[in-house]
Write a protein that binds this ligand. Sequence first.
Ligand code: HQG
Length: 180
Amino acid sequence: LSSRRRTRVSKFLSGALRHFPEDVGLDLDAAGWANRSTVVSRATEKYDWVDETAVDAVVRTDPKGRFEVDDDRIRAAYGHSVPVDLESGDRPVPAILYHGTAPDNVPSILDGGLRPMSRQHVHLSGSVKAAREVGSRHAADPVVLRVDAAAMVDDDNSITKRGRDVYTTDHVPPSYLSRH
Ligand code: HQG
């Protein structure tokens, strides 16, 4: 597949597994898992230029680790707006994390903290570079905020690594935030 087509399939899978499973006739269980062959069928029904092997390749080689596969199940690793109860896992969390956002959001974030907004969790990045890329989806001149993840964990706020370089939590109170 061309990289354009890979992106189309990846966006369709992310949309279906994070935001609109019902619209494409998918049933997610409480932990966000769907039947893998049903998901593959939905993708091949939507795009006549893709087959099962190509969908599998998109899933397995996703650069951000957006998808998890377990036998005949598949789910989005993060990013959900539909309610899901993901396990917390025990992968290590760096002492400092980052969040990239639009300048317009910063006053409200420093006032009330980072909130999940339309998703189920707040998403943080492991590097300044990754955070800047996330922020650039929202504005041409993104602002990177620094999150004192070690202090959050010390204070019993759970943070979980998902995918390759994404960390999720419920809320980041302003006391753990500063401008990078
Ligand atoms: C902002 C992508 C005002 C927040 C990325 C963000 C990520 C507030 C926006 C993942 C706020 C929500 C998620 C507050 C938060 N006041 N604005 N109190 N609290 N915000 O898209 O983190 O490529 O839902 O700063 O890489 O940008 O799709 O979240 O700007 O990992 O796999 O509200 O999605 O991954 O925007 O992105 P989003 P996000 P994929």
